[in-house]
Design a protein around this ligand. Structure first.
Ligand code: SF4
Ligand code: SF4
Length: 359
């Protein structure tokens, strides 16, 4: 008898904040929102979480009590793919790529691990191109921090799958963006759909053979004009692969001028309103946002940027190679950014276009 795979959970992101607000506080306190994995509480983390949430939700201060409760650390900002809409491998954007050295990573983790529940080892770029990625995962696990990576899946051969499982990775997001070879290979030049699919099957099988609950595996589609008709097919593909979650993410484009690349990127914005992350407007509704108050991104070059929407790193808040993260977190630049979001005045372009609702 053929064993039927459990249907994957369907998630839609960029509506995260609204989804989170629907969940009970108790559940969010005990479990990671994306994976359902139990959070590793310590006295210091609980106090930090309490102070951090108090600063954003109740007091709405620009000086945040406590530190972020999760961070993204950009292990790699180079890529083996050349997606046209990406500032890393593609032609869109102006960021210089590189690899985060292991020692710099350890320094960041030494400073932040006592406060954070989760580290996502990606921003732009392919994490598996960093030869130290497994050591980085293991280092975070030693510090009892939940670890997530996001990959294009191309380099995830059997040996890599084994190392990902053995290093203790909690969550792997594989961006596929299509249910068929033709659309995948068109949207993700440099990639081979069949290789990516085979690699996901290997990862799922190996994890199940090890009788491991982890890593949780998510198949992701960023919904664009060229793939939006494949949403139902993608859910079936996820079920067939045996992944835990199928995630549909809004496509987001920055409005930074009238360049040719940007015009081409805007053509990728889906017609389906639910997945259109782009908002052209003069100011975002005043309030607080979860990224500037609760999370942060540290780039491969040490630059601290507020969130993944700023993929050209236009808002540089400090650099961990020159100063401690803690001194940047409530430094003048972070506070000015928070003030602009809170008041709706002098907002950066990236914030004015931001799809995340303010709390
Ligand atoms: S696979 Fe990801 S990081 Fe690489 S070019 Fe495509 S979108 Fe960018
Ligand atoms: S773009 Fe600005 S408002 Fe939006 S999440 Fe980032 S920091 Fe917050």
């Amino acid at each position: 008898m053929i064993k039927k795979n459990k249907p994957p959970t369907i998630r839609i992101i960029h509506l995260n904040e609204q989804e989170i607000n629907k969940r009970s506080w108790l559940r969010l306190f005990f479990y990671d929102f994306e994976t359902g994995i139990a959070r590793q509480h310590t006295f210091r983390r609980v106090i930090n979480l309490f102070l951090n949430e108090l600063s954003r939700r109740i007091v709405k201060r620009t000086f945040v009590w406590g530190y972020p409760t999760a961070v993204n650390i950009e292990s790699s900002a180079i890529c083996n793919f050349k997606c046209s809409f990406c500032a890393s491998g593609g032609s869109f954007g102006h960021r210089k790529g590189g690899i985060l050295p292991y020692q710099n990573y350890c320094n960041i983790m030494d400073e932040l691990a006592p406060y954070i529940y989760k580290v996502s080892l990606y921003n732009l770029g392919e994490p598996l191109l960093n030869k130290d990625i497994f050591r980085m995962i293991t280092y975070a696990k030693m510090k009892k921090v939940l670890v997530c990576i996001s990959t294009n899946g191309q380099l995830m051969g059997a040996d890599t799958c084994r190392q990902l499982i053995e290093s203790g990775c909690d969550h792997i997001i594989v961006s596929i963006d299509a249910a068929t070879k033709e659309i995948h290979n068109e949207l993700r030049p440099g990639g081979d759909f069949n290789v990516v699919i085979d690699n996901i099957r290997t990862l799922v099988k190996m994890r199940n053979d090890f009788r491991n609950q982890r890593p949780k595996i998510t198949a992701q589609m960023v919904v664009m004009r060229k793939n939006e008709h494949q949403i139902e097919e993608f859910k079936k593909l996820g079920e067939n692969l045996g992944v835990d979650v199928c995630c549909f993410s809004s496509f987001w484009a920055q409005d930074l001028g009238d360049s040719e690349e940007e015009k081409k990127t805007f053509e990728l914005i889906p017609a389906h309103g639910q997945f259109t992350g782009y908002r052209k407007r003069e100011a975002k509704v005043p309030g607080t946002c979860p990224w500037a108050w609760n999370r942060s991104i540290i780039g491969w070059d040490g630059n601290i940027i507020p969130c993944c929407f700023d993929y050209n790193a236009t808002i540089k808040l400090g650099n961990v190679k020159k100063e401690s993260f803690k001194s940047v977190w409530n430094g003048q630049k972070y506070r000015m950014l928070r003030r602009s979001i809170k008041t709706g005045k002098n907002q950066a372009t990236v914030c004015r276009r931001c799809p995340i609702p303010c709390g």
